[in-house]
Write a protein that binds this ligand. Structure first.
Ligand code: FAD
Ligand code: SF4
Length: 549
């Protein structure tokens, strides 16, 4: 049965639409631009909204699904969440000008956000445009110029969904030779009074429990019997709106990666809250122990699965942090688990955003290790004999999700060791994950996983042999390769490439105090074996010889 069309006030505005004379154009005092990752009712752009004079503008455009090959689930998530949000605004009496995309390319041709914004500004007499600053640099530039070109005043507002503003991060960074997440995180804990002894923010008192970091108690591997019973995360059957979007995506973006079949991500705030509450009650208590552990065929484990909801602004990071802290105060979760989780949201998430805005646009072009290999084709299919990569990529294409260690120490690590061009691996990550938006994806990929920024994000490359993967998962047990071998037919490609990586970058890495020991071990490898490693690594890097492995 065909899904019912969502009730959208949809004057579909083409960029080619003729400009009417000023007196004939409908008047709008404030046109509030809401982008697909700005779906927050408490948005600063909606403060002072007057339904009698103002309107919200939202647009679905093909360019956002094609400028990198956006996985089908990612596009479904954005479009469905946008349509649900528009419907909610309308229910509350807010006028929404919504440019919907349809299956019919002739009726809704391919377009860009800036093109559509220009069209709507020509079609209406708009006094001011109000917009929360876009998270992505590309859109900030494009949308700002579109408004400026129409000679309309623009209010660019601070994004209140972050605990650290751009200006605060710039102040934190000023005068520091190196930026390190740990110091930033402690500042944020103090400033926001999170897991601190004493009352309120800016307290000079000690961290709760006396330590800032409980990693030593966290990050275990599962026992040989595996994770056992893991409480489920709520998944949501597609409603009529989501079904219509799924049909649209399957037709219009048929050749984009992945499949929509398993779609169950939260597309409304209500659903996002359900996911959050289920995590806090059922999986947070075990989050710390298992946050780095992997297990074949188990994509979800003890993670929160809230990144897409956070990035679309269906959830506010403050409420996430408060809920986790309350679980500790109420005695429902140990401090180590709660601190480990809060570090991700208050620490890493805010830190990577700060780096992104501080360093763009140059950041996107960095390639400190001069990596020049092509991304292997199997990243788009999962078709490889390397069991760890097969599992991480297959689940990514199926669900648009892999957890942090799979991203960093499986798909990211292989690309780092192989020496894949940073822009290629960046486009892959930005396309395939449902939570991928550039301000968080780019520093994680270019900085943390590929060391392409030369050490702005991480103090050393996350380089390891297959033995790390063996320690943290059951992948190697069922793989045709052996993580302990670096040469020969059964050598694990990660292990071969690790030694080759150290060899290729020896000079640079030897001067990094955190890598010096690893680099020294190169000297223990006899010349004939090193020659063999180089030869095997070259074959892995060569698109003609690497085929599946
Ligand atoms: P959990 O493991 O349960 O963590 C809780 C929350 O902490 C996450 O929802 C997320 O909001 C935050 N968080 C954790 N680690 C990070 C981090 N390194 N940076 C920023 N926030 C963090 N996260 C994205 O949101 N979008 C991306 O496109 C993205 N790309 C990544 C690419 C690479 C190479 C790596 C190494 C990490 C990437 N991350 C990205 C960070 C992290 O892997 C995901 O946020 C996390 O896996 C999402 O799943 P979860 O909600 O179950 O997270
Ligand atoms: Fe991955 Fe190597 Fe282990 Fe195979 S042996 S699963 S390729 S780390």
């Amino acid at each position: 049965m065909r899904a019912e069309r969502p009730e959208l006030e949809t004057p579909i505005l083409m960029p080619t639409q003729k400009t009417k004379t000023d007196s004939a154009r409908p008047r709008i005092r404030h046109l509030v631009v809401v982008l697909g990752d700005q779906l927050a009712r408490d948005s600063s752009a909606l403060e002072d909204f007057d339904p009698a004079q103002d309107a919200v503008w939202m647009a679905e455009v093909s360019d956002e699904s094609t400028h990198v090959a956006s996985a089908k689930q990612r596009t479904v998530l954005f479009l469905s969440a946008m349509r649900h949000f528009a419907q909610e605004l309308r229910t509350d009496g807010i006028r929404v000008l919504y440019r919907a995309m349809s299956n019919d390319v002739a009726a809704t041709p391919d377009s860009t956000l800036s093109g559509e914004l220009t069209a709507v500004l020509h079609a209406h007499s708009v006094q001011r445009v109000r917009m929360v600053e876009p998270g992505e640099y590309r859109l900030l530039i494009a949308l700002r110029s579109a408004v400026e070109d129409c000679n309309i005043p623009l209010d660019l507002l601070e994004d209140g969904h972050f605990l650290c503003s751009r200006a605060e991060f710039a102040a934190h960074a000023k005068g520091r030779k190196q930026l390190r997440m740990e110091y930033f995180y402690r500042e944020m804990r103090r400033k926001h009074g999170v897991l601190m002894e004493g009352d309120g923010p800016n307290s000079n008192s000690a961290p709760v429990g006396g330590e800032w970091n409980y990693d030593a108690q966290n990050r275990r591997a599962f026992p040989a019997s595996g994770p056992g019973f893991v409480p489920d995360t709520p998944r949501f059957a597609p409603d009529a709106i989501t079904q219509e979007v799924m049909a649209l995506v399957n037709t219009r973006f048929a050749s984009n990666p992945g499949s929509v079949a398993s779609f169950g991500w939260p597309v409304t705030r209500q659903q996002a809250l359900e996911v959050l509450h289920s995590f806090i009650a059922q999986r947070l208590p075990d989050f710390g122990h298992w946050q780095d552990a992997m297990w074949a065929g188990q994509p979800w484990l003890y993670h929160a699965h809230i990144s897409s909801a956070l990035n679309l602004k269906l959830l506010n990071p403050r409420e996430v942090i408060n809920a986790a802290e309350a679980a500790h105060t109420d005695g429902n979760a140990a401090l180590a688990a709660v601190e480990g989780f809060i570090r991700q949201v208050l620490g890493w998430r805010e830190f990577v955003r700060g780096i992104y805005h501080l360093k763009m646009p140059e950041y996107g072009d960095m390639n400190a290790l001069q990596a020049d290999a092509e991304l292997p084709d199997f990243y788009w299919s999962g078709d490889t004999d390397m069991r760890c990569l097969n599992d991480a990529i297959t689940q990514t294409l199926e669900h648009g999700y892999a957890h942090h260690i799979q991203r960093l120490m499986v798909t990211g690590l292989y690309a780092l060791l192989l020496g894949v061009q940073p822009r290629q691996i960046h486009a892959w990550y930005l396309g395939v994950y449902v939570d991928a938006v550039e301000w968080v994806e780019l520093p994680n990929v270019l900085g943390m996983s590929q060391f392409a920024d030369g050490g702005m994000m991480a103090s050393k490359p996350y380089a390891a042999t297959g033995k790390y993967i063996d320690r943290m998962s059951n992948y190697c047990a069922g793989c045709r390769y052996n993580p302990a071998l670096r040469t020969g037919e059964k050598a694990c490609p990660f292990t071969t490439l690790y030694w080759d990586f150290l060899d290729r970058h020896e000079k640079r890495l030897a001067s990094n105090p955190r890598m010096a020991l690893q680099v020294k071990n190169l000297a223990r490898i006899a010349a004939p074996e090193m020659a063999q490693i180089r030869q095997q690594a070259a074959a892995l890097r060569n698109p003609d010889t690497r085929v599946k492995a």
